[in-house]
Write a new protein. Structure first.
Length: 398
């Protein structure tokens, strides 16, 4: 008989102290040995082993037990007790994400259901990656604060060793994974994927697939912001702090060794310190007089002298819309846009071409797009644009 979810949650709440101790044991040892379990239950004068097995909290391994992954991750999350993953473990996501992205590109025009599933799988894989990075960052922050406060009163040599360990095996490699300028990093790979997804969300035939591409694109943009924030924490906060712990500990360690035997080596000359100022006594009044000159601000207007009145082009949307409506139905919108601009100006400027392209989004016209048709090239003043052939009609009528 299936246990009610509310019953399980009430059980976890009622026996949370025991659950927390079992979690701590598995976090440390990888499983819960029977003797540890018996000691915890005896300490709390409770016999809940059968319930732990019935609610599938425990999985039996020989004579010992293991908290099932779904419960363990839940407790890990609410207790913020994350065991840091090695960067090479996180780096595996680069291979899985790349593989899924490759399959999406290969099957872009094949079975729709398979495509939708692959998009969903890619979304989940990226989410798992970002959560792993966030967990590692949180754990590294906690470890660094603990090392700085030195609650366990470890000696300076051990602090140097720990600080070096976190830098060499976690912080520096993880920062490399998040470095977008590194062409081999997963962050750089996600940037390439988001560019491809951005194109597909705008011009894909299937509406459902287009919506999934849109959802994935928004998620990738948010992911990029999150990863940038994690990278800044590692680079600007964690790495300098833990480097300071390491250097300070090394200095103090050396100083303690010197005090133990000060006559062992010759000490360098230490000059007497004196206090001096790089400015004279009148500096304040000179500065005040200088600043007061600029207390009265005058308005300043800047204008590009090379920009003539004729260059200040304003898009007359209504004018061009009337011209477009007269030409409907039309077999190639972008060709019409190029011809229209070329008839008025010597060169087609990219800004003007994009402004004219906004007419495609008018409510009273209907678009038809053939994805198999060849693209055409529109040459503007500063770039070549490869655009599709789009047929438009008035109110859906030819």
């Amino acid at each position: 008989m299936r246990t009610e979810p509310r019953t399980i949650l009430n059980f976890l709440s009622n026996y949370f102290d025991i659950i927390k101790e079992l979690f701590d044991v598995q976090l440390k040892d990888g499983l819960v040995r029977r003797e540890d379990l018996n000691a915890i239950l005896a300490e709390h004068d409770s016999d809940i082993l059968n319930k732990l097995i019935e609610y599938k909290f425990f999985k039996k391994i020989a004579d010992d037990f293991e908290i099932r992954p779904m419960y363990f991750k839940f407790l890990e999350f609410i207790l913020s007790e994350f065991k840091p993953l090695l960067p090479e473990t996180i780096e595996k996501y680069e291979h899985s994400v790349t593989s899924l992205f490759k399959k999406i590109k290969e099957g872009i025009n094949k079975d729709r259901n398979i495509l939708l599933q692959r998009i969903s799988d890619l979304n989940n894989e990226v989410r798992d990656f970002t959560e792993a990075v966030e967990k590692n960052t949180l754990r590294l922050i906690a470890e660094t604060k603990e090392l700085k406060s030195n609650v366990d009163k470890i000696d300076y040599r051990e602090k140097v060793r720990k600080a070096s360990f976190w830098i060499d095996y976690y912080i520096t490699p993880l920062n490399t994974i998040l470095d977008v300028s590194n062409s081999d990093s997963i962050t750089n790979r996600l940037l390439d994927i988001s560019q491809y997804i951005n194109v597909r969300r705008l011009n894909f035939d299937d509406e459902m697939a287009r919506q999934q591409f849109e959802k994935l694109y928004v998620f990738l943009v948010q992911t990029n912001d999150d990863l940038l924030r994690q990278s800044k924490i590692l680079t600007n906060e964690l790495l300098p702090l833990i480097e300071r712990i390491r250097s300070e500990s090394m200095i103090l360690t050396g100083w303690i060794e010197f005090l133990k035997n000060p006559n062992k080596s010759e000490t360098p000359f230490i000059p007497k310190s004196i206090r001096a100022y790089p400015y004279n006594n009148a500096m304040y009044f000179n500065s005040l007089e200088y600043v007061q000159q600029y207390m009265q601000n005058d308005d300043v207007y800047l204008e590009d002298p090379n920009l003539s009145a004729s260059d200040k082009w304003i898009f007359n949307k209504e004018f061009y819309r009337e011209q477009l409506m007269k030409e409907l139905p039309m077999t190639n919108f972008f060709e019409w846009a190029g011809i229209t601009l070329r008839s008025e100006y010597e060169d087609i400027e990219t800004e003007k071409f994009f402004s004219l392209s906004t007419l495609l989004f008018e409510d009273d016209i209907e678009l038809e797009f053939d994805p198999t048709a060849d693209r055409q090239v529109i040459r503007t003043s500063d770039m070549n644009l490869r655009v599709p052939k789009i047929k438009i009609k008035r109110h859906g009528l030819s």
